[in-house]
Write a protein that binds this ligand. Structure first.
Ligand code: OOG
Ligand code: NI
Length: 460
């Protein structure tokens, strides 16, 4: 028998992303409407601005999703599952500082070629049961979570098989996707009875969402748009109720980081587990929504610091604000964040990819000596080297907390504790969480090294 070749993890991720998106479209038809709206807006923008730096082939398939897990064992298995799809833990987000009792990471591809192929990411939060103040409830939640198994047995077998043999063939890859969807699907039947559900919800709606169900249903998927302000305006016109405000920085000539908005979470009917066999009662649950994002340049630590300081100056969105007022306020404050790529680069606020200009390429064979002795700045000035911003592939903790809050409703904010939470998460992932600044820096440095190779003799 001829051995079948292994499918590349990048291809498995692309298949998984599209299967998950198809499943969610069926489960939440409004998400399908949102995708249509985003595709319409993106096609218009592409017509008017064909040279936009952020347009790539990946745009039509680009998504992120989010799940909320209950135990470290779940996190551990899911990280092994995502690894088969070329997704690794990048970035640590402690949301307990914003009053949400979880900490999170994002599983995503890391290399430029994998990102170009399909940048699918899943924002993955883990409930921190130690932040549940009532001890009885805390123990009850832990017990419920320890009893459930969110993975289909075939998934666990396939992960092991892939780990042992170094990959999966086509048939196994398809099976992995088929059975992994089981983990992310919606369960109309709650795992707990009405009383337990209400007790958890009263303490924090997140508890009910995580421990109240059989699995970590995907709670949103997010396509990427080239004009989030247009999508925000048009959502209401198309009967998609928008969130009040766009999270993140204001609209700019040079987009930075991440801007996000969503439609309000649906109120969905659920069946509680009966307290005696065969008996059920019904209730309503709010968790699932659709989100839109626009991505800009990845900022350096200095850029992030400036961003955070400016956001602090803006204060917080109050109930009397609306998106327009808020965006105008932000726009004014962000005047002190440079808005040309040249200035942003000179002040080292963002990461860039460097390449040889076509002019330089044509000169290479004839007179490469003319580059000798020149530094990066001079070569850029002379039109020898071009640069483009690197897209921000990650998340913003304050925006994430805003998204959580807007979709969970009002609740008591839990307090934070536990200094070593990140290390603890890493111990369950069996690896360090990748620092995203390091990743962007590597991509930037690699591009510089390549240019240097091409221009041997200059002193970049
Ligand atoms: C995750 C919210 C975070 C984002 O885009 O910032 C997120 C959640 O609600 O579970 O997806
Ligand atoms: Ni999101």
């Amino acid at each position: 028998m001829i051995a079948q070749p292994f499918v590349s993890p990048d291809d498995i991720r692309a298949m998984f992303c599209s299967a998950l998106s198809d499943m969610y479209k069926k489960e939440v038809p409004l998400y399908g409407d949102l995708i249509e709206l985003v595709n319409d807006v993106n096609s218009e923008i592409k017509k008017v601005k064909p040279d936009l730096w952020e347009i790539g082939d990946r745009l039509r398939v680009e998504r992120h999703g989010a799940i909320r897990l209950g135990t470290s064992e779940e996190l551990s298995t899911i990280s092994r599952m995502f690894k088969q799809m070329g997704m690794y833990a990048v970035g640590y987000y402690d949301l307990s500082t914003s009053g949400v009792p979880v900490h999170s990471t994002a599983f995503r591809p890391k290399t430029t070629s994998s990102l170009d192929k399909n940048p699918f990411r899943i924002f993955t939060s883990l409930l921190r049961t130690e932040l549940i103040p009532d001890l009885n409830l805390r123990n009850k939640v832990i017990e419920i979570l320890n009893e459930r198994d969110i993975f289909h047995p075939n998934v666990k077998e396939l992960i092991l098989k892939s780990e042992n043999q170094g990959g999966l063939n086509k048939i196994d890859s398809e099976l992995l996707i088929e059975y992994s969807l089981e983990t992310f699907k919606w369960h109309k039947s709650a795992l707990v009875d009405e009383e337990t559900y209400n007790e958890m919800k009263k303490t924090h709606p997140l508890l009910a969402d995580v421990a109240g169900f059989k699995g970590p249903h995907i709670n949103h998927l997010t396509p990427r748009t080239l004009d989030i302000d247009a999508v925000q305006r048009m959502m209401a016109e198309r009967g998609i109720p928008p969130k009040k405000v766009i999270e993140g920085p204001p609209v700019r000539e040079c987009p930075i980081l991440l801007r996000q908005t969503s439609f309000q979470a649906l109120t969905e009917p659920i069946n509680f587990a009966g307290s005696s066999p065969g008996e059920t009662s019904q209730g309503l649950h709010r968790a699932r929504f659709g989100e839109i994002e626009s991505r800009g340049a990845a900022l350096t630590p200095a850029g992030h610091e400036l961003y955070q300081n400016l956001m602090k100056q803006a204060g917080s969105f109050t109930p009397t604000d609306n998106n327009e007022i808020w965006q105008i306020r932000l726009g004014k404050i962000f005047q002190s964040f440079p808005d040309t790529w040249e200035e942003i680069r000179k002040q080292n606020l963002a990461y860039f990819k460097y390449s040889l200009s076509s002019f330089a390429q044509s000169q290479l064979s004839s007179s490469s000596s003319s580059f000798i002795g020149k530094g990066l700045e001079e070569l850029i000035k002379d039109g020898i080297i071009n640069y483009t911003p690197i897209v921000y592939e990650d998340f913003l903790p304050a925006s994430a907390a805003g998204i959580f809050q807007s979709n969970l409703g009002e609740h008591v904010k839990t307090t934070t504790s536990g200094l070593n939470a990140k290390e603890e998460m890493e111990s369950h992932l069996n690896s360090k969480i990748q620092d995203y600044f390091e990743l962007y820096n590597e991509i930037q440095q690699l591009s510089l090294d390549q240019v240097k190779q091409q221009l041997i003799g200059c002193t970049i």
